[in-house]
Design a protein around this ligand. Structure first.
Ligand code: MF3
Ligand code: CO
Ligand code: CO
Length: 247
C-alpha cells in the first residue's frame, strides 16, 4: 500500500478538484436529447483546454474519455449515439491526469422527472458513499468502509455490486488496495495516514448480480433493475479525512 506525503496529496488535491470540475461540466450538458457521444466530446475538449490528459482513453483498450451508464447499466457504459431521455438516470464517471497525478470521480444524475424508485435509489446510493467516507479514517479498517456502503444500501432494500469497487489512486488510476462495496466491519487492512482512495459504490435496486454487454465493457444488472454509481477520492490522514474531488 503506497502512502502519500503531504506534498503528493497536494498534487492529488489539484487533480481531484480538476476531475470534480470536469464532472460538473459534463453533468451540466446532460439533458434530454443529447447523445452520450456528445458528452464524451464535451469531456475531451474540457480535458484538453485544462492541460490535462484523459485517464480512461486507451486504458486496457477503453475507447472513450468518460463512462456513461444509463438506467440498468452499472458502470463502464461506452459513449454512443444513444440519446438521453426524460426519466433516465445516468452515471457519469470521469478521469484525468494532471501533472502526472490522477483524478477520478463519478455520480449518477437524473434527466428531468424520474420515478420515485429512481429518486430513492439516488439518495440511498449517495448516502451509502457518504457513510463510507465517514468510516474512512485513520485506525479504522477497510472492512469498516466497505461495510458502511453495504449497510446503507441494504437498509434501503437494495444491493451493492460484488465484483467491482473502489481502489487506491495516485500516479496510477488503479492502485492497491481494492475497496469492495461490501464487507465485514472490523476486518481487512488498517487505514494509515497518507492512504488515498477512490471510494466507489454501485447500488442495484434488485439483485446484486451483474452481466456484461457484448461490447466487452458495459456492466449491467443481471435482472435489468436500475443501478446507481457514486465515487469520490479521499485522503486519509491523522489530521482528518479530506474529500479531494470537490471544488
Ligand atoms: N473510472 C473507473 C473507475 O472508477 C475506471 C474506468 S476504466 C475505463 O475506476 F476504462 F472504463 F474507463
Ligand atoms: Co471512476
Ligand atoms: Co475509480
Amino acid at each position: 500500500m503506497e502512502l502519500k506525503s503531504d506534498k503528493e496529496i497536494e498534487s492529488l488535491r489539484i487533480s481531484g478538484r480538476l476531475a470534480a470540475e470536469l464532472l460538473n461540466a459534463v453533468c451540466a450538458k446532460a439533458e434530454a436529447g443529447i447523445t452520450t457521444k456528445e458528452l464524451d466530446i464535451v469531456a475531451a475538449q474540457w480535458i484538453k483546454e485544462h492541460d490535462a490528459r484523459p485517464a480512461f482513453l486507451n486504458y486496457k483498450g477503453y475507447p472513450a474519455h468518460i463512462c456513461v451508464s444509463i438506467n440498468e447499466e452499472v458502470v463502464h457504459g461506452i459513449p454512443s449515439p444513444r440519446k438521453l431521455k426524460v426519466g433516465d438516470i445516468v452515471g457519469i464517471d470521469v478521469g484525468l491526469f494532471y501533472n502526472g497525478w490522477c483524478g477520478d470521480t463519478a455520480r449518477t444524475i437524473s434527466i428531468g422527472k424520474i420515478s420515485q424508485t429512481a429518486e430513492k435509489l439516488l439518495r440511498a446510493s449517495e448516502s451509502s458513499l457518504n457513510k463510507s467516507i465517514e468510516k474512512a479514517i485513520v485506525n479504522n479498517r477497510l472492512g469498516d468502509v466497505s461495510n458502511a456502503m453495504q449497510r446503507v444500501a441494504e437498509e434501503n432494500g437494495y444491493h451493492v455490486v460484488e465484483n467491482y469497487g473502489g481502489h487506491g489512486i495516485g500516479r496510477a488510476m488503479h492502485e492497491d488496495p481494492h475497496v469492495p462495496c461490501l464487507g465485514r466491519a472490523g476486518t481487512g487492512m488498517r487505514l494509515n495516514s497518507g492512504l488515498v482512495l477512490a471510494l466507489e459504490v454501485m447500488v442495484n435496486v434488485g439483485c446484486r448480480e451483474v452481466s456484461h454487454k457484448p461490447d466487452g465493457w458495459t456492466v449491467l444488472t443481471a435482472d435489468g433493475s436500475l443501478s446507481a454509481h457514486f465515487e469520490h477520492m479521499v485522503a486519509i490522514r491523522s489530521t482528518g479525512t479530506e474529500v479531494l474531488t470537490i471544488i
